[in-house]
Design a protein around this ligand. Sequence first.
Ligand code: PLP
Length: 408
Amino acid sequence: MATIESAPPAVGSHTQAVIDTFSRYVVPNYRRFPVCLVRGEGSRIWDAEGAEYLDLFPGWGCNLLGHCPAPVVRAVQEQVARLIHVPNSWYIEPQGEWARLLSERSFGGQAFFCNSGTEANEAAIKLVRLRTNGERYKIITFQGGFHGRTMGSISATAQPKYHEGLGPMVAGFQYAPHGDLAAVERLVDDKTGGILVEPILGEGGVVPSPPGFLQGLRRIADEHDLLLVFDEVQCGCGRTGRWFAHQQFDVVPDVMTLAKSLCAGIAGGALLTTVENARHLRPGMHASTFGGNPIAAAAGIAAIRMIEDEGLLEHVARAAELFRTRLESLRERCDGVRAVRVMGMMIGVELAFDGAPVVQAALERRLLINCTQGNVIRLLPAMNIAPAEVEEGCDRLAAAILDVAGRQ
Ligand SMILES: *Cc1c(COP(=O)(O)O)cnc(C)c1O
């Protein structure tokens, strides 16, 4: 095990050269750490100067099986040598097989494939509208939700900070406070066609649905003949220890969107829906050129098989318990930790102070984490993280939090 260092990673000449190229040629729409990553394996990643980091936020939630999981690497290597891409005007075996595996692990419907989360949600928005030929075009979404960056999905995202300067938004979205069923009832009218919600808010601070909330939405959707759409782009695909987060709430949606971890790090997205609703996405009304391509499909299939072959859903429950024990004990001895929320490998540590310095303090300890909503440390660890890595990660995280808390 590497020793815990505590100094800002030195920006070596190799990294500096890469940063200089970015400054000149890459649109500066991201805040980036001055670290150039070159290689990863499991929950470890290395930078251009050879420093090793423990990654509790691999691939922003996309690398659900850690960096470069061997069965996925093999499947992609084999596929890429055989067939890289064919359009959706032909049949390919992996896309059908992938859809079957997803259907059998969810609610038994059909899949539409695309390349990202926002694109999956765009398909869901279109499906809601197409079902009534555009008559019931309104969709209710929730404050604190996040659905992506294209104009439809950003309009569905009820967070004003993401709308600044982008108006006008796409019409037809109505926002309710998260968890407030009465507000949803008040918003429903004869133009309402659907409800879109994350079973666990991700970007919104790692917040699970309050008890009864998703059941209540299901009831409202049934009473008013609305489509209930679950955005599981962040919480789905095994991360919570169930295949899909809604399964632990015992509610079945009409539509579910997936991306991020769907292909264990390869770009891919999907919308799943019942056969009854799937027919509204008829030929000519929706498409995605790269959707369900052979490489994404091979990766998606390999990810599902790896989760099953290695018993990772069961492993998640054990790793989550370890995280909970460690983080709860930190909360007990540090006033700056307000709350700990562990839903499998989806973890939020709510602080009483700004989290950005904690992310920096963690980086100095060679630990990669994330902060969302200003004060929630977000961890999206790999499902196959080893118990020793959980311990090591919690040691470093506790040191970073205590360091910053001491400076408050
Ligand atoms: C990340 C995310 C999206 C957007 O996904 P992209 O692949 O970045 O378009 C949508 N919904 C949720 C819940 C997300 O976490």
